[in-house]
Design a protein around this ligand. Sequence first.
Ligand code: AMP
Length: 369
Amino acid sequence: MTAKKQVKLKPGDTIGILGGGQLGRMLAMAAARLGLRCQVFSPDPDSPAFDVVLNATCAEYADVEALELFANDVDVITYEFENIPAAAAMILGARRPVLPDRKILETTQDRLAEKNFVKRLGIGTADYADVSSAAALRAAISRIGLPAVIKTRRFGYDGKGQAIIRDGDDVELIWEDLGTKSAILEAFVPFDCEVSMIAARSADGHVECFDVTENEHRDHILKTSRAPAAISEALAAQARTIAETIANALDYVGVLAVEMFVLAGDGGPTLLVNEIAPRVHNSGHWTLDGASISQFEQHIRAIAGWPLGKPVRHGPVTMTNLIGDDINSYEQWLTVPGATVHLYGKGPARPGRKMGHVTQVGATPQKTS
Ligand code: AMP
């Protein structure tokens, strides 16, 4: 905890990024604009982030020697995904400051730990239960009711590792299909909409929030984000308070995303936290073109020990993900007035793979189809 207080990079210093996907790529591009270098660590030789940095380490997270050499080459270490193996984070943390602090991963890598943490803070979540056997699942269903959502505690993303359980479903089969002994059952939330808050916190405890973003998913994968979300200012203020409370409780340094459900109720809509992502987030990509400072730059500033920016949005913004075959329409998107196209330089456009995104600032964004 003390090491992070000392981080104060100078232009020309080097940030180590764990993970080589599009988030790492956009972090490295934002760092370059601020005169900072990045070195990316990723086991995947085809990492899109490798294309934008001079120095890359292509090695497994279990490769202790590679981790040590990487740490020696950089001034501070951050990550673009939350499933960094704990052992790797410990080896790195012994040599260089890791920001956000690696202990945060213990909370956010485990849905049960995360839910317990959010609940302890007095923040609303869907009702949930720890489930480690078919019998425990049946007991949880009788308490929580159906429909409900079963989720693996670890390594779930984009709807993977989860299933909706409805009345009449074969509970034993669903449990077997999940293939783990470590899960949670959540009450199904009949939400009005899904929103997220992207917030940044500096080591001295200053928090800056972007405008609340409204998110639409297709096949469990984020398809469209809109900022600002169509919610009241009072609810947006609650979303800011929730993100700030979480960031402070984690003594967080960097950008984090809090995904929330908006649930209608007799006393007005309420917010339930679904998930915390201890990193920059797809629902914050609109900030690259739609605000005076992007989530990527804000993260770099926070971990560099530099002042955070006060984000000013340029207008209503829509971000559309190019997923799988959507990438084939990139030439059409390039001709849409006002559209800004981002392509991640990835290989095959497999179904569900995030290949790029398009940002449009203005009241009525055009579509390509
Ligand atoms: P997650 O992996 O937890 O972010 O879930 C992926 C998506 O599944 C969310 O963005 C929601 O659209 C949906 N989902 C997850 N949990 C619930 C829930 N408890 N109730 C209703 N929908 C959910």
